[in-house]
Design a protein. Sequence first.
Lengths: 399, 377
Amino acid sequence: MNAEFTAEEIVFQKDVREFMQNEFPAAMKQKIDANIRLSKAETVRWQKILYQKGWAAPNWPVEHGGTGWTATEKYIFATEMGLVGAPEPVPFGMKMVAPVIMAYGSAEQKQRFLPDILESNVWWCQGYSEPNSGSDLASLKTTAIRDGDHYVVNGSKTWNTYGQFADWIFCLVRTDNTVKKQEGISFLLIDMKTPGVSLKPIVLLDGHPEVNEVFFDDVRVPVNNLIGAENKGWTYAKVLLTHERTNIAGVPRGKRRLLALQRIAANTDDGFGGSMANHSGFKHKLARAEIELMALEYAELRTLAALSVGKAPGPESSILKIVGTELAQSMDELFVELAAYHSLPFLPDQFEEGFQGVHIGPGNSAAAALTYFNNRKLTIFGGSNEVQRNIICKAVLGL
Amino acid sequence: MDFSYSEEQQMLQESVQKFVHKNYDFDTRKKIMASAAGYSAANWQLFAELGWLTVPFNEADGGFGGRAVDLMVMMEEFGKAMLVEPFLPTAILCGCLISELGSSAQKSALLPQIMGGELQLALAYAEAGSRFNLANVTTTAVRKGDEVILDGTKILVLNGPAAQHLLVTARESGAATAAQGISVFLVDSKTAGVSMTRYPTVDGRQAAQIQFKTVRVPVASRLGAAGAALDGLNVVIDRATVAVSAEAVGALEALLRKTVEYSKTRKQFDVPIGSFQALQHRMADMFIECQLARSIVLRAAMILDSKDSAQEKSKAVSAAKCRIGKAIKKVSQEAIQIHGGIGMTDELDVAHLFKRVTAIDLLFGNGDFHAARFASL
């Protein structure tokens, strides 16, 4: 048994680390450290830097522009990227629709869509959940009815992240009402500029319109935008959901945030002449978070070790999703606890570029509560933690 | 033993319930929050007419009796509807501090105006480095003849933007965290040298960061004796702590009720999600938390109204605030989780209740602070 990297892997790690330190734009790093959201242009710029290096899509097969890395190398890459704070690619294109197109799309579709995803020329968004179909996704009602060379799409999708930036949306639509609900679903790609597509922003509790409702009103979609066979969309979607769950543990990000907590604690007065770093209650909570992160990291490494000897990712990814998201939320609580009264101003724009008002509170303290609020989503999306626990019960425990 | 409300308390409760039913639905609250003042002056007048503004004050001051249990009954109803009107800063924090420390002249000048709804006040006590320690005051008050000169910065001054006068804690002597040496001054908000940065808070209230730069006030604006304000401040913050804890009890019960209702109507997999045992047990736990929160807050309010020692009173308050912090986390987080995505949207009251109780968890000290205070008393 050994948890060491090989000599080659250590060299690789050094290369990746140097690249991240040299190439991740300093201005973006500053924004990330200050909790300022990156603009679409910046996100795309970073993706293109990775693309130039040939590192845009480590998880893709080499034939489509992937890196050919081992599971361990991919892990090292994700870790190093997370440690400098560089954002992961927007998942909808790279991690979600692309694997489905690769697996089930036609040669023409692969040629048409994949290069633009790899180069970050096209921004994708997701059309899965509906107002009445969340955890029970298969009950979705948006219809696509065949009319000559087109499908006519009607209905609405919700919790659509950053659709305001998107050029294309991949959707699950109902193409057959007469069969079992899972068997009448198709996987359709829709150009957001098609007449009849409209967006309504949904403002979340942190004041940010991060998600949208998307409406389809007699939207005509060419039949050649259908992926694979009609009524097989559910099978394809399940593959995609497994991809959504990989890399979800967020260990590198957790490490960065833990360091930030330690740094902030040392600089935060406890009110009695000492610092929060020496506050017994807080110190213990911070220690527990660190210990949980260690356990999570080793759970992830064990999954990785299994992957590297050829085992498929199984229900273990549910463990990583549950623990990773719950740990992230408990760290959010620690940031709020440190910021205390400084976390109470509600100035959602304070950390946006171009904010003109007066900055309230030291550092990023006023972002603490907003982040705590926003990150309640972590245990809800990507298959809620309840759904993940069901998967463990069924697939692992045989209940 | 009898934990039922008196007739007067029932009337008070019904009076708030009636007002909320008629004047304070969620959309109305939204409009009030979006208005320039951030609260409704008309509602404030109504509060005065209904006698609510007299509740924190004892009979000698012309009030309803000043009982913590009465205040609890009222604040719980405020919590369910998330009233944003500045009852806590004006009536409880400042009103009670004047009642506690003020001379009879100061009381008779100010308290009737508060009870009549004519005066808005704000208590400027917290500082950037004070965290939850009331004795940590670095704002200075330097005596010069008949005047005192104030210098320093206060944070999270609730109702600062609307306040005509501020009550400001400042140090006349002693080291930064010394118990002796803290005084409270009544300062007109428009006094030269007072500069205010206003901001909304996560729970839809208005607050300000206020800088005092060579602010000259007459010595007569001091409440009570020089440097002797801490005990009174402690008493008032304890009362306010029980009041916001009661408000949290109301908000948490609203969250529980809404979550249970939602779980009965929201269908997934062709059945209401409330039929899943995994969720049922969690809602049962939310219910238990609400019950324990209600119990310990009631205990604290009853002890505040008793003849127990000051130490026993503070201990009961810290017990309540510490315990309700646990209930706040559990109930509010589960309420969002069980609602799913919809619980995170700005348009649903659940998210706003969540944000209010999150703020209450911090106000006047979080669970850790009060556990430590409890242990030290």
